[in-house]
Write a protein that binds this ligand. Structure first.
Ligand SMILES: NC(=O)c1ccc[n+]([C@@H]2O[C@H](COP(=O)([O-])OP(=O)(O)OC[C@H]3O[C@@H](n4cnc5c(N)ncnc54)[C@H](O)[C@@H]3O)[C@@H](O)[C@H]2O)c1
Length: 384
């Protein structure tokens, strides 16, 4: 099957590489010819490095690159079996592009979007055959991140859902099925990792370095929240938070933070701007955390329980299965353990008691316990 990829930015280029590596002939097209040239140059560099590392022979690397045809217009997508769109995150532009793609391709061609935050149903609505549209959400960088969220819209047919999932599974990715709701699984459930860490800082409980130390040392997370936000970019991470907050009709659980907003406004975006929560300028030293074990455990407990509450609520609202929720966070953002499995280990009643005491103390809806946890507690049930 020929795979079409529309948009040759960071995501589109990565997805084209994944599909070509899986053996597909790929047509990659971008409205900007320059983006295609940059994409080809970058792919060559990546492939040269993989040859140096011994992952591929020179011939294998060349074969993968030869599989990608750089399109001259969208007409080159005519014989594709699937097209994955990875253009700018703008609903009107995506809708007009989907309408155009539908007119070029056969009716069996799956039209997929890699959107992070838009409604798949809204994009699908641009097509006459809306049942062929689906969300296929890769993580950045696509060749390295194993997780892919598969998002059928309410219009998507079962056949398209199953075929899309089977195809991405055959590329060696871990797929999870999720409802077409804001943030899908990962960008919804992971919000407190950033939000609660920022809140702890704002309350003056600990500084950035101490919170990061607690989450890595005591929590077992690969990166602390502030290091990770600096890595992602405060502008990007803040925009995702604001989008999710608005999309959930301003549910206080997802309220963005002024600290992050100010960092973003100041241009303290993180690594890419040389300064974020930390200073990355040459010669600068990283601040030392306060290595107080009791404080470290307190920080981890607060952030972790907020994450568990999100995961439980996602299950309560049937966003995904318990297995897929746990898999999404371990494979999509490298959590050391699935959150629902972690909840069982901590004890559901402990989680409920903690949230209730936070709710009583703060009187903020942010700390409301998911009804699922409360019901499970009453029955002494566990997730697994
Ligand atoms: N960057 C991430 O971490 C990430 C992760 C998952 C999903 N996404 C989603 O993937 C999509 C692409 O993101 P990105 O980071 O690769 O963006 P990017 O800016 O790196 O690339 C977008 C590319 O699309 C091209 N483009 C724009 N409009 C076009 C059109 N009408 N026709 C053809 N090409 C067009 C641009 O020239 C550009 O090369 C977005 O929907 C984004 O939300 C991004």
């Amino acid at each position: 099957m020929i795979v079409g990829v529309l948009g040759a930015g960071s995501m589109g280029s990565g997805i084209a590489q994944v599909a070509a590596t899986a053996g597909h002939k790929v047509v990659l097209f971008d409205a900007n010819q320059k983006a295609l040239e940059i994409s080809a140059t970058k792919l060559k560099k990546v492939m040269d490095r993989l040859v140096e590392k011994g992952k591929y022979s020179i011939e294998q690397a060349q074969t993968i690159q030869d599989k990608i045809q750089y399109g001259k217009s969208t007409q080159d997508f005519a014989s594709c079996g699937i097209i994955i769109e990875a253009i700018i995150e703008n609903l009107d532009i995506k809708k007009s592009v989907f309408k155009e793609l539908e007119s070029i391709t056969s009716k069996d061609c799956i039209l997929a979007t890699n959107t992070s935050s838009l409604s798949v149903a809204a994009i699908a609505a641009a097509c006459e055959h809306d049942e062929r549209v689906i969300g296929i959400h890769f993580f950045n960088p696509a060749p390295l991140m194993p997780l892919v969220e598969i998002i059928p819209a309410i219009q998507t047919s079962e056949t398209v859902k199953n075929n899309a999932k089977d195809l991405i599974d055959s590329w060696g990715k871990k797929t999870v099925l999720t409802k077409d709701t804001p943030g899908f699984i990962v960008n919804r459930v992971a919000r407190p990792f950033y939000g609660e860490a920022l809140r702890i800082y704002e309350e003056g409980i600990a500084d950035f370095a101490t919170i990061d130390w607690a989450m890595t040392e005591h929590g077992g997370f690969r990166m602390g929240p502030f290091t990770l936000m600096d890595f992602i970019g405060n502008d990007i991470n803040y925009t995702v938070t604001e989008t999710v907050f608005a999309a959930f009709y301003f549910d206080p659980r997802y309220k963005p933070s002024f600290t992050q907003k100010r960092h973003s406004e100041a241009g303290w975006l993180g690594r890419k701007s040389g300064r974020g929560y930390y200073n990355y300028a040459e010669g600068s030293t990283k601040p030392e955390p306060k290595k107080d074990d009791a404080l470290g455990k307190e920080i981890v407990e607060r952030i972790l329980i907020m994450l568990i509450n999100e995961a439980a609520d996602a299950l309560f609202l049937n966003i995904a299965t318990r297995e897929d929720i746990d898999l999404a966070l371990t494979k999509g953002v490298n959590y050391p353990k699935g959150l629902l499995q972690w909840a069982d280990e901590i004890g559901i009643s402990n989680v409920v008691d903690y949230l209730d005491s936070m709710y009583d103390e703060y009187r903020e809806d942010r700390y409301r316990c998911s009804p699922l946890l409360r019901r499970m507690d009453a029955k002494s049930a566990t997730f697994y």
